[in-house]
Design a binder for this molecule. Structure first.
Ligand SMILES: [Mn+2]
Length: 434
């Protein structure tokens, strides 16, 4: 269920305030063919959905800023025959009601209406840095110039990126969004707990995935991304999604999963022993990752820089690896030389919202954006010891561990949205005995 139309109206007004002048063109996603005549399930574009709450394919939002501010939605008309084959449509009136736009036209009239909407506009906000829409827009400009009898080829507008402005807005979550993100995070955390309890030697990775799928669909949510269920050394492949191996006694399994609820994502990782009991070596590496994760979460609060948290995690991980002989040398030197990168090669986290890697992810990673209340992000350090890494003792090889929570930055610190899934060794072992 989308939010009330007032929320989308307000967001469009805020965007128009930021652009001050010109016209913004925000299309939804296009349908993607999976094979022959079967499509992937349709997922609206996040920017478009953020501004409309409208989830049907073949739609374009146009926002005109300035004195005569208004928003126009192009979408599919109702069509009894088409709907009988491909599903219910809201139609023009329904779309207007959901999104609260001022005007709505059938998508089939886009080429006819756009030249008139572009008339007298000089600044055009595009869906992205570069866009396939530029050519179309240029043609619409030509059309209107011809229609008005004042054709000048050089007169083709000033193109800017609307997504940059929307990214600023999407960075800070509104209360309605936080409530959905919290629900999505809880569904994922509980699904993970169920998978932990279903885990034992001989069970297949895809069987644990099936537990998730069941839990997600029961709550009317879908995958936010292809889940990772990586037993043993598969955990050393960061984006392992084959999920087709049997889980072996004595190995760990890493699950990095998240459901998407009403287009809002969640993201959580836990790593646990397949037989319910951590080995000595697994415990040692696990405790290093957990210490890094907990120390970083403790410092998630307004004003702090996420890149500093990343550096702190790096320090804890490097020190731990030195202590147990996986790295040799002096701490500062090894950090400076990025020796840890062989074991911890990704960043500490990313923003979460309508997308799993949401607006602001790059800015927090690079330290350009300090933490602010209302941001939602992951904290997910890891250590991955490649199975063929001859520089470390045999007993460590093939261990891959990531611990990830999704957290909300509050006024005074943070709220761990995925806290329902245990991560302390004794709590995991306890849960797996149940
Ligand atoms: Mn993540």
């Amino acid at each position: 269920m989308p939010f009330s139309a007032q929320i989308y109206r307000e967001r469009r007004r805020r965007l128009a305030e930021k652009t001050r002048e010109g016209i913004a063109i925000i299309p939804t996603a296009s349908e993607q063919i999976r094979s022959r005549d079967s499509d992937f399930p349709f997922r609206p574009d996040s920017y478009f959905y953020y501004l409309t709450g409208f989830a049907e394919p073949e739609a374009v939002l146009v926002i005109i800023a300035g004195e005569h501010e208004r928003s126009i939605l192009f979408c599919l008309k109702r069509d009894i025959k088409e709907e009988q084959w491909f599903g219910h449509r809201l139609g023009l009136e329904g779309a207007k009601k959901v999104s609260g736009v001022d005007e709505v036209y059938p998508i089939s009239s886009l080429d006819k209406e756009m030249p008139w909407l572009l008339m007298d506009q000089r600044v055009v906000y595009l869906p992205g840095e570069t866009s396939e829409w530029v050519e179309r827009i240029k043609n619409w400009f030509v059309d209107i110039q011809i229609a008005m009898g004042k054709f000048r080829l050089h007169d083709q507008g000033d193109y800017r990126n609307a997504y940059d402005l929307l990214d600023e807005m999407r960075l800070i979550k509104q209360p309605e969004e936080i409530s959905l993100l919290r629900q999505a995070a809880q569904i994922s955390a509980y699904a993970l707990n169920t998978a932990m309890r279903a885990c034992s030697p001989g069970v297949a990775e895809y069987e644990l995935e099936a537990v998730l799928a069941h839990k997600f669909r029961r709550e009317n949510s879908v995958y936010a991304f292809q889940p990772i269920v990586a037993g043993g050394k598969n955990a050393c492949i960061l984006h392992y999604i084959e999920n087709n191996c049997l889980l072996k006694n004595g190995d760990l399994v890493l699950m990095d999963i998240g459901c998407e609820l009403d287009c809002y994502a969640s993201d959580i990782s836990r790593t646990f022993p397949i037989n319910g009991k951590f080995s000595r070596e697994q415990k040692i590496i696990y405790k290093i990752v957990l210490a890094a994760q907990e120390a970083a979460i403790k410092r998630v609060k307004p004003g702090n820089n996420f890149f500093d948290l990343h550096r702190m995690a790096v320090r804890i991980i490097t020190a731990g690896l030195i202590k147990h002989g996986l790295l040799t040398g002096e701490l500062e030197r090894l950090i400076k030389d990025k020796a840890y990168m062989r074991f911890f090669m990704h960043s500490l986290g990313h923003c979460v919202g309508l997308d799993t890697h949401d607006s602001g992810s790059k800015e927090i990673r690079d330290g350009q954006q300090v933490l602010r209340p209302g941001m939602v992000l992951t904290v997910e350090p890891g250590i991955y010891i490649q199975p063929d890494d001859a520089t470390v003792d045999l007993k460590w090889r093939g261990i891959g561990i990531r611990i990830e929570d999704t957290v909300l930055v509050t006024e005074s610190g943070c709220e761990i949205l995925t806290a329902a899934a245990p991560k302390k060794i004794k709590d995991i072992e306890f849960l797996m005995r149940q």
